[in-house]
Design a protein around this ligand. Structure first.
Ligand code: PXL
Length: 276
């Protein structure tokens, strides 16, 4: 069985980061080792939250794993929290990356809808761009990519804007850059990615569901890396993850008792397992 290490916060309430990655990747059949970067009462889009930084645990935990000789087929980072932790990730990659046998997958979670999340500033954003340069695959949304590439954030754009963004993201260093939340025509949304080595662009659009929910970026990323671990190509993994995320938003919208803070992915995991 493949084994992933995922490094993100635990938001006890809120359906995001580890509370999505662990069930989704496990359900897709990959052992999911977690390294929590912080424990929060709830995610930061609630009106307030508590946070306990766990940075001082990262090194000792990794030392134990080194003693055990544990190996990972992928390392997936999401919401980290501090610049210090981003720096620690670079060392962690050096410790656990076994050349091409370990995929480093970075979701530079820090912003959406044109704005940084409440806990972050531009210094954090610059560090996140550095982290992306150590990755094999990166999956920013348009807001994160605009901040990291210095491009203007636009809500209306054409394909040439996205292509330029992908080109600039590629220059950060990762082999494959995938942009999420890309809408290339009225009523559509999806993803567009570029594979530097094979000089290959891939675009996938599905119907836009008329609502935005928190945690969908984490759902998308967890599905992409889970599908890659199952042996899918990055393009098939992206397509399945885009379809699964859209399906989950639709199911959530149809739930009259839906929580405002996240999607009902628990209801749709069985559907994911048969998606090809
Ligand atoms: O889903 C991204 C995310 C993860 N973790 C925490 C967050 C957010 C987005 O706001 O606040 C703590």
């Amino acid at each position: 069985m493949k084994r992933i290490l995922t490094i993100q916060d635990i938001s006890c309430l809120g359906k995001c980061s580890i509370t999505i990655a662990l069930p989704v990747i496990s359900a897709l059949g990959t052992e999911t080792v977690i390294l929590p970067t912080a424990v929060l009462s709830n995610h930061t889009l609630f009106k307030s939250f508590t946070v306990k930084d766990l940075a001082d645990q990262i090194e000792p935990i990794c030392e134990k794993w080194v003693e055990e000789g544990v190996e990972f087929d992928a390392i997936y980072t999401g919401y980290l929290g501090t610049i210090e932790q981003i720096d620690m990730m670079k060392d962690l990659f050096k410790t656990f990356k076994r050349g091409d046998d370990t995929i480093v997958f970075v979701d530079p979670v820090m912003a959406d809808n044109g704005k940084l999340y409440p806990a972050f500033d531009m210094d954090y954003a610059r560090k996140n761009a550095e982290l992306c340069s150590c990755a094999d695959i990166i999956v920013p949304n348009i807001t994160e990519a605009s901040i990291m590439t210095g491009m203007e954030y636009k809500e209306e754009y054409d394909e040439s804007y996205i292509r330029e963004m992908l080109e600039r993201l590629t220059k950060l260093g990762a082999e494959i850059s995938v942009l999420t939340g890309v809408s290339l025509s009225e009523g559509k949304t999806g993803v567009m990615g570029y594979d530097k080595k094979n000089d290959e662009i891939y675009c996938y659009q599905n119907d836009k569901v008329g609502a935005m929910f928190h945690g969908t970026g984490d759902l998308f990323s967890s599905t992409v890396i889970g599908e890659i671990m199952k042996g899918k190509s990055w393009k098939d993994a992206m397509r399945i993850a885009a379809d699964y995320t859209a399906h989950t938003i639709e199911v959530t919208m149809n739930n009259p008792k839906k929580p405002w803070y996240g999607v009902d992915f628990e209801a749709t995991i069985p559907d994911l397992l048969s998606m090809e």
